[in-house]
Design a protein around this ligand. Structure first.
Ligand code: A2P
Length: 270
């Protein structure tokens, strides 16, 4: 698996298996096993997904060594305040069966608590409980505020990003500031798999529309986190390194922008 290097030197595999909504233990175990077999080494969990424990068991059942995988979890909104943050992180580490995660994210820019929560993220980083730290669902405005105040710059911003929600200004801002963008819902929850433009590009490359959407995330320098509970799709979603989208493909995909949000919209969060 190819890597991207974060600004502190940590290497992050360029595709992860997303685990949101994967709630049934056996389903998580099977997805994780299928992912390991397909060559994934990067797994994206969160406190609110309530599947950290299942990820731990899935990795154990798949027989992988801890040091061979890259694990992300996220501090949920209600755990951002002092006094809640630390025990919630300890619980996540226990659930995951580890002393550290490769990447710890603040899940959402909660107005009242995010500034102090970032200081707690920095402490967790300094204590070695996270090899890298970052944020999720941050807009440029939230990042500007954070960059003006932080000791440790976030290494990652994980946001909803796909061909129907391209967010070029945010991607450019992050890249200028050495923040790697992770794209959640890179296939827009399966919306658009019938899109004629995507189908045409897919046919040209002998790939599926989902693979075109995932490859597009990579072409613009972001790290896609596709979710699936089916072994064949999990395998398909990582099979995107034997082709490239050309200028013509990229120009056609640029036209697909429609501001489609399938999840949280943080734009109005003060
Ligand atoms: P399933 O779990 O049944 O495979 P996103 O990551 O953009 O939120 O999309 C996730 C959704 O897309 C899930 O409903 C998943 O369903 C579906 N999906 C994932 N990979 C593929 C694929 N290669 N082809 C079609 N649908 C997919």
């Amino acid at each position: 698996m190819k890597d991207v290097t974060l600004h502190n030197g940590v290497k992050m595999p360029v595709i992860a298996l997303g685990l949101w909504k994967n709630l049934i233990p056996t389903s998580v175990h099977k997805s994780v096993k299928a992912a390991i077999d397909a060559g994934y080494t990067h797994f994206d969990s969160a406190q609110i997904y309530k599947n950290e424990r299942f990820l731990k068991t899935g990795l154990k059942k798949a027989g992988v060594n801890r040091e061979d995988v890259f694990i992300t979890t996220k501090i949920y909104n209600s755990n951002q305040p002092d006094g809640k943050f630390q025990p919630s992180l300890e619980k996540s580490l226990k659930n995951l069966g580890t002393d550290y995660v490769e990447l710890l994210l603040l899940h959402f820019p909660v107005t009242e608590t995010r500034a102090r929560a970032w200081e707690l993220m920095e402490e967790a980083y300094e204590e070695g409980k996270a090899k890298a730290i970052g944020v999720s669902n941050y807009t440029i405005r939230h990042l500007e505020e954070l960059l003006a105040a932080c000791k440790v710059k976030p290494m990652v911003n994980q946001v909803e990003l796909h061909v129907f929600l391209q967010q070029p200004e945010l991607v450019e801002y992050c890249q200028k500031n050495d923040i790697v963008v992770e794209a959640y819902s890179p296939i827009a929850h399966g919306k658009g798999l019938d899109n004629l433009v995507l189908k045409e590009i897919a046919e040209k490359h002998g790939k599926s529309p989902a693979q075109i959407m995932i490859r597009w995330c990579i072409e613009i320098g972001t790290v896609p986190l596709p979710k699936s509970t089916h072994a064949d799709r999990i395998q398909q979603n990582i099979d995107v390194f034997d082709f490239k989208l050309d200028k013509d493909d990229m120009a056609k995909i640029a036209e697909l922008e429609e501001g489609l949000r399938t999840c949280w919209d943080p734009s109005d969060v003060e």
